[in-house]
Write a protein that binds this ligand. Structure first.
Ligand code: RBF
Length: 164
């Protein structure tokens, strides 16, 4: 399903429960920073508009997307953090670097999520070029940062319901 068909930015957040006391982390890669800043803003503003307190959102910057996994683990291992959003933009170039980075990060974030039993959301754009990245960072395909925020909230909410 393409992102045009499925845009979580428009999903209902009804039934999320009380999230005002939950704490979240957003880890942001500094490569392609114009894009990752827009993704961060989307994620941050969506968390806040859904009821998360600004002071309950922590940010950590990392040099590039490859470093998202370790920094996400540093946050995820903390008991006070309910969920983590990892944000990056890995743009395809003339070499295969993007595939190595993307696979490593996707697998790494999955491992962290399972190890610490909490949502660690993959908010990494993997476009062929900068235009595709901009289209997904507040452009014509919405903002994947918004979607990452909705995802972490939905997962935390499901986890809370199942552990009651
Ligand atoms: N990091 C990104 O977040 N996005 C990129 O598009 C990106 N491209 C890279 C291309 C090459 C050839 C290399 C070597 C690294 C790139 N990185 C990129 C940085 C990478 O995620 C990591 O920070 C560095 O490899 C240091 O571990």
């Amino acid at each position: 399903m393409s992102s045009t068909d499925k845009n979580l930015s428009t999903f209902s957040t009804d039934g999320l429960g009380d999230i005002s006391n939950l704490r979240f982390a957003i880890v942001v890669a500094e490569w392609n920073t114009d894009v990752t800043e827009r993704l961060f803003e989307g994620a941050f503003n969506t968390l806040v508009s859904c009821g998360v307190r600004k002071e309950n959102i922590e940010r950590g910057n990392v040099p590039g997307s490859y470093e998202l996994t370790l920094a996400s683990q540093w946050f995820a291992q903390r008991e006070d953090i309910a969920g983590v959003i990892a944000i990056g933009a890995v743009i395809k170039g003339e070499t295969l670097h993007n595939e190595y980075i993307n696979h490593a990060v996707a697998q790494g974030l999955t491992n962290v999520s399972l190890k610490y039993d909490k949502p660690v959301v993959f908010g990494v754009l993997t476009p062929n070029n900068m235009e595709q990245a901009v289209d997904r960072a507040g452009g014509k395909h919405g903002n994947k940062g918004d979607e990452a925020a909705i995802t972490v909230l939905k997962m935390v909410s499901l986890q809370q319901r199942l552990s009651r």
